[in-house]
Structures are given as C-alpha cells and as structure tokens.
Write a protein that binds this ligand. Structure first.
Ligand SMILES: [Zn+2]
Length: 124
C-alpha cells in the first residue's frame, strides 16, 4: 500500500478510485432505499481527496427524487463505487463504497448502522 493512498476498484477494473487519506476509523452501513439494495458500506472523504480513474464510457450514474446525490457505478460490471453531491448539500463530502477497496482490509474496521430510512440517526 502506498502510504496514505486508499485504492478502490470495480470488479472489471474499468472504474477505480485513489483516495488520499488515512484509513477511516469507522464505516457506515445504511438502511435507506438505495444503500440497502446496493449492500454498500460507506467511508466518507472530502471530494478533493478522491481521484476517479475511469475508462471512457465506463460510468453510469443514478439519481432520483430531489437529486441531491448521484450514485456512480461501472457500466460494465455493475459495481457501485461512490456517490457525489449534485448540489451544495454535501459539497464537502463524498461517500465511497468501501467494499471496493483493494488495499485496505475493511473487516477489521468497525461499522456503524445508520437509519437513513427513517430517523437519520445511528442505530448503535
Ligand atoms: Zn467494472
């Protein structure tokens, strides 16, 4: 592992991230309508620390409702990689799917359960 660079890749390798950050001290699972379906587990970073490396035409995005966020996945293999803010609500934050990390063992990082479906509070 290059020091302080967390790497992420979709299954086919077309969509990768390089994150300039220390390993997160905790991760977040969420029961909202989209996270529970993706089965994602998120780490959060400032967008300026996340470099997206994607082959041409390899990205699909999904946004709905008030379109505050867009969810980005690989067009080829379907892996959900990260979300980014489309408006000012989360401009300092990017949610990255830690399940795609390739150089960090996430099973040893505690995960908190966020109630995004209802109360917007942590359940633990
Ligand atoms: Zn892929």
């Amino acid at each position: 592992m290059t020091e302080n660079i967390i790497e992420s890749s979709c299954h086919c390798g077309a969509l990768k991230l390089q994150i300039n950050a220390e390993a997160p001290s905790s991760l977040t699972t969420c029961n909202c309508s989209v996270c529970k379906r993706y089965g994602s587990i998120h780490a959060y970073f400032h967008p300026s620390n996340v470099k997206v490396i994607a082959k041409a035409n390899s990205i699909q995005e999904y946004s709905w409702g008030d379109k505050a966020l867009t969810f980005i996945r690989c067009r080829n293999c379907g892996c959900y990689s990260h979300w980014r803010s489309l408006d000012s609500s989360y401009k300092d934050r990017m949610g990255v799917n830690a399940r795609l990390f390739t150089n960090l063992e996430i099973d040893k990082i505690p995960a908190r359960r966020f109630d995004g479906a209802d109360t917007w509070k942590f359940l633990d």
